[in-house]
Design a binder for this molecule. Structure first.
Ligand SMILES: C[S@@+](CC[C@H](N)C(=O)[O-])C[C@H]1O[C@@H](n2cnc3c(N)ncnc32)[C@H](O)[C@@H]1O
Length: 387
């Protein structure tokens, strides 16, 4: 489903959630105040990491900064992941856990359509109010919200979901506990019991090494417990990125952020033109069979003199697909345009211990890419007033 233009409708909603009427845009004074908040959030989430576990949304300046900057970014991340998933239920149900002001809930509604029911839960009650305000302008489907604090059990009625999303939540849970990963996984199992038979759990975390590796650890525990990985992996064995301490796996995508997001990011000293995150989609049902040789591109292209390389991870494990420039051919030409996150099919490459060596007869075909059209690009934008 095309999601073009939704962000254009979100901004008035975001302004409304901040009780700013008539969409007058952002004054430069506001840009400056918001960018202070963005810097604080950015440092607290990705630098000092002193915000996870704290009730930062109780501070109006930080909630404002989140709404105007991180909300559209998380929306774009979740929309990108959802673009690859298939949900067949005629009246889909989805749960957004740790929703905050609800970028994932909104993306779910847009993806699942008018017959969907989206339930959002968070311990921060004002955030849920902000989400209900946003929904009035930009929501699709029915929204329900409830206050809830993990690890408390979810209400009995919160069940039979086709999708459960936890975006940027896991790294905030069980902080400082000695058996943190055990507790987190036990909690995830209880959450997953609220899925329908064919439902999937969508876990999305920041693109940091530590949080990314924790996510992969949970992925491996789930696989050991008999679950299946539906995305981004085609490999159902232990994650090869956990073999070396310095590795992890993350997605990133160049996108064209709304103008106000670009301006706010620039003022805060952050470039929002590339969105990065780690994610995994898990389910109890076996995914539909993929073609032999299918793989996800898990690195940016690595260009050496006379050679091109790409890390890919697929039914053959994690390998470096390598091709000498002089062996470039029509059959392997997609190596030159493949990007991180793309799904490719590789056939006829020579398998070496860590490598898949392509020659002129080897096939490397791009099978699927989430194109910019699948991401929410605003049509018209808000006005940042430089007065
Ligand atoms: C970084 S925000 C992410 C919000 C939203 N999911 C997103 O990705 O934009 C983390 C959210 O988790 C919520 N949260 C943190 N600990 C929680 C807990 N124990 N129970 C419920 N919500 C929690 C916070 O209130 C906050 O809204």
């Amino acid at each position: 489903m095309a999601v073009h233009g939704y962000l254009s409708r979100i901004l008035p909603a975001l302004l409304d959630a901040r009780r700013v009427r008539d969409n007058p845009g952002l004054s430069w004074e506001e840009v400056s105040r918001l960018s202070d908040g963005i810097r604080r959030l950015s440092a607290g989430f990705t630098g000092s990491r002193d915000l996870p576990g704290e009730k930062y949304f109780a501070k109006a300046d930080l909630l404002d900064a989140y709404l105007l900057y991180y909300f559209p970014i998380t929306y774009a991340k979740v929309a990108q992941v959802l673009a690859e998933l298939t949900v067949t239920s005629p009246a889909p149900r989805a749960l957004d856990l740790g929703s905050g002001p609800g970028p994932a809930a909104l993306a779910l509604g847009h993806r699942l359509g008018a017959h969907s029911t989206i339930v959002a839960a968070d311990r921060d009650v004002p955030c849920l109010g902000a989400l209900r305000g946003i929904w009035k302008h930009a929501g699709v489907g029915q929204l329900h919200t409830f206050a809830w604090e993990a690890p408390a059990a979810l209400p009995k009625t919160a069940t039979q979901f086709d999708l459960i999303v936890a975006a940027n939540l896991l790294n905030e849970l069980f902080i400082g506990r000695r058996q943190r990963m055990d507790e987190l996984f036990a909690w995830l199992r209880s959450v997953a019991s609220r899925l329908s038979q064919s439902g999937s759990l969508v876990l999305l975390e920041p693109a940091l090494r530590e949080t990314g590796r924790d996510l992969l650890d949970l992925r491996d525990r789930a696989v050991t417990a008999g679950w299946f990985v539906h995305a981004p992996c085609f490999w159902q064995g232990p994650c090869p990125a956990l073999e070396k301490d310095r590795d992890w796996c993350h997605a990133s995508k160049v996108w064209q952020p709304p103008e106000w997001v670009r301006v706010l990011g620039e003022e805060a000293g952050i470039s929002p033109s590339k969105i990065g995150f780690s994610y995994v989609v898990l389910g109890r049902h076996r995914p539909a069979p993929a073609p032999t040789g299918v793989a996800r591109v898990v690195s940016d292209p690595l260009v050496e003199s006379g050679k091109k390389k790409l890390w890919v991870c697929g039914d053959m494990g994690r390998r470096l697909a390598t091709r000498l420039d002089k062996l470039a051919s029509g059959k392997n030409a997609d190596l030159d345009r493949a990007e991180r996150g793309d799904v490719v099919v590789i056939e006829g490459a020579r398998p070496l211990p860590e490598e898949l060596r392509l020659d002129g007869d080897s096939d490397l075909r791009l099978m699927r890419r989430v194109e910019p059209e699948d991401l929410p690009l605003p049509k018209t934008e808000i006005l940042v007033r430089r007065d």
